[in-house]
Design a protein around this ligand. Structure first.
Ligand code: NCC
Length: 484
């Protein structure tokens, strides 16, 4: 072969190589752009930054909105309370078995923590590529809710399999999540005054029926009405309902409360959920496209004020919110002083309420009285052996108690995780974080303990369907119960 043709061949190969490389890079970039748009870093889930969507592309500096914080602020995520220095996008390792009975040796745990979460290829491939792959195919990390060695959250493994352990404590969390929870436990943004027997192991331990009666007798589901000061003297009065939610809605015979947990995926519970007389859903949880797993009926949608205020949720324009009755809530001062709260809400709940009412004047729309959220909080704290986060309960428990006051029987789905337990946060999104199930800002871990204790259904129902059965307040005879 002469020199000219050799050179010509080499040049042709080089050209082909460049074209192939360019094609590969462009495909990877496209794949990443498409897949990463819905993945949300762990700090978002914990600290309440708005989930990134197409409308809000990922940036390295993050606009943070502390859930329950007053104003969106520009914050370095690494400096937020509870974030362990390191990669802000690194997911929190979850559920290390840290209680004394199942404690791993420190060295073993350290080496496990040092161990990369993926194999050799995970280490070799660039992070954006791995993120794209994880987003596309989902990820099952070591230490996820269904993983081995993380059984402390779940009762003893019987024939049935594991169900939620009602003595779960923050000491059983993985290190990062434990720190986040502990930081929240140390904060007192809402001026909570701790009283009552809770927070120590010497508290009285009530039975399930006693707890149910305590809930019935000490919690009142109240909503704002037009005649309440300071609203009665404001234009808002013209838009607030005249009557309480409990006198307008129900009573229903059977009700379903559908958590937004990722474990609802592939549950096939849709028909069962829709067979209830009333169905309560949360926040931006959709039904369209997920009917087989979560059903399609929505009687009540309970939304937090963050959803109402954030642009991402398109609260004023999305049709998601237009079926059924809406009930909104906002984390308020513990004193539940309405004037104080009105002047300093966590998110602009009243402005958004007024705007929405102008657009949808006939849709029933209630705002929960802040006294309710703190009464429920007190029930949790009084019945736990350790101090819980001094932040309001999650929408999940608020909605459950709300339905207990409207229905004869309430089935709550995937609040206590079933055999499908997963770190997938929501059934309708692709981001993974055990904080969604175990709580960070909200005392969710303790809420689950309480619900497990109040559950009247068999553990089998929790394991197979993620279903809890609670009697409605009207069905409880509490005249002689000590909880009353
Ligand atoms: O996630 P969220 O809750 O909307 O879920 C509704 C309720 O379902 C239960 N849940 C959810 C996921 C999961 N893996 N396990 C569960 O048990 C919880 O009881 C939860 O309350 C809220 O409580 O309002 C919350 O809202 C979100 C967020 O504001 C909305 O989804 C809108 O984006 C909060 N997330 C953030 O602030 C980032 C979440 O902390 C609580």
């Amino acid at each position: 072969m002469d020199r000219v043709s050799l050179l010509w061949r080499l040049r042709r190969r080089a050209r082909r190589g460049v074209v192939c490389m360019a094609f590969f890079c462009i495909s990877m970039a496209l794949l990443y752009a498409i897949c990463a748009e819905n993945s949300v870093p762990v700090t978002d889930a914990i600290f309440g930054v708005r989930a990134r969507t197409r409308a809000q592309p990922r940036t390295h500096s993050v606009i943070k909105v502390l859930r329950g914080g007053a104003k969106p602020a520009y914050v370095d995520p690494q400096k937020l309370p509870g974030v362990v220095p390191g990669d802000p996008h690194r997911p929190i390792p979850v559920l290390s078995s840290a209680n004394h009975t199942h404690e791993e040796s420190a060295t073993k745990r350290k080496s496990r923590e040092r161990e990369p979460s993926g194999g050799f290829f995970t280490q070799m491939l660039p992070r954006p590529f791995m993120r794209a792959m994880e987003t596309l195919f989902g990820r099952r990390r070591r230490g996820e809710l269904s993983g081995k060695g993380d059984a402390d959250f779940f009762g003893p493994q019987g024939l049935l399999g594991e169900v939620w352990n009602d003595e779960t404590s923050s000491s059983m969390l993985g290190n990062r999540l434990k720190k986040v929870v502990q930081n929240y436990q140390a904060m007192n943004k809402y001026g909570v005054e701790v009283s009552g027997p809770g927070g120590s192991s010497s508290r009285p331990k009530l039975s399930g029926p006693e707890l149910l009666c305590q809930m019935k007798n000490k919690v009142e589901v109240a909503t704002l009405t037009a005649d309440l000061a300071p609203f009665s003297s404001l234009p808002l009065a013209a838009q607030l309902p005249l009557k309480q939610l409990t006198s307008d809605l129900g009573p229903y015979r059977s009700c379903a409360v559908v958590s937004s947990a990722g474990s609802l995926r592939s549950s096939g519970l849709g028909k069962e959920i829709d067979s209830h007389d009333a169905v309560l859903r949360f926040n931006a949880a959709p039904t369209v496209g997920y009917e087989n797993d979560v059903g399609s009926k929505t009687t009540i949608r309970l939304i937090n004020s963050q959803v109402m205020a954030s642009d991402d949720h398109r609260f004023l324009s999305s049709s998601l919110y237009s079926s059924g009755a809406l009930v909104a809530w906002d984390p308020a001062p513990f004193s539940a002083d309405l004037t104080q709260w009105f002047n300093r809400t966590d998110y602009p709940i009243f402005t958004q309420y007024q705007r929405y009412r102008r657009l949808h004047p006939t849709q029933p729309f209630y705002i929960l009285h802040p006294r309710f959220e703190w009464q429920v909080w007190q029930r949790i704290q009084d019945n736990m052996a350790e101090p819980i986060q001094r932040n309001p309960p999650s929408s999940g428990l608020l909605g459950t108690v709300l339905m207990m006051s409207l229905c004869e029987v309430v089935h709550v789905y995937e609040f206590l995780p079933s055999r499908r337990k997963t770190e997938l946060c929501h059934y309708y999104q692709r981001f993974y974080d055990a904080a969604c199930t175990l709580g960070a800002y909200h005392p969710l871990l303790y809420e689950k303990n309480l619900v497990k204790r109040m559950n009247r259904g068999p553990d089998r129902d929790i394991f197979t369907h993620g279903r809890v059965t609670l009697p409605g307040f009207s069905r409880l005879n509490c005249t002689r119960a000590p909880g009353g």
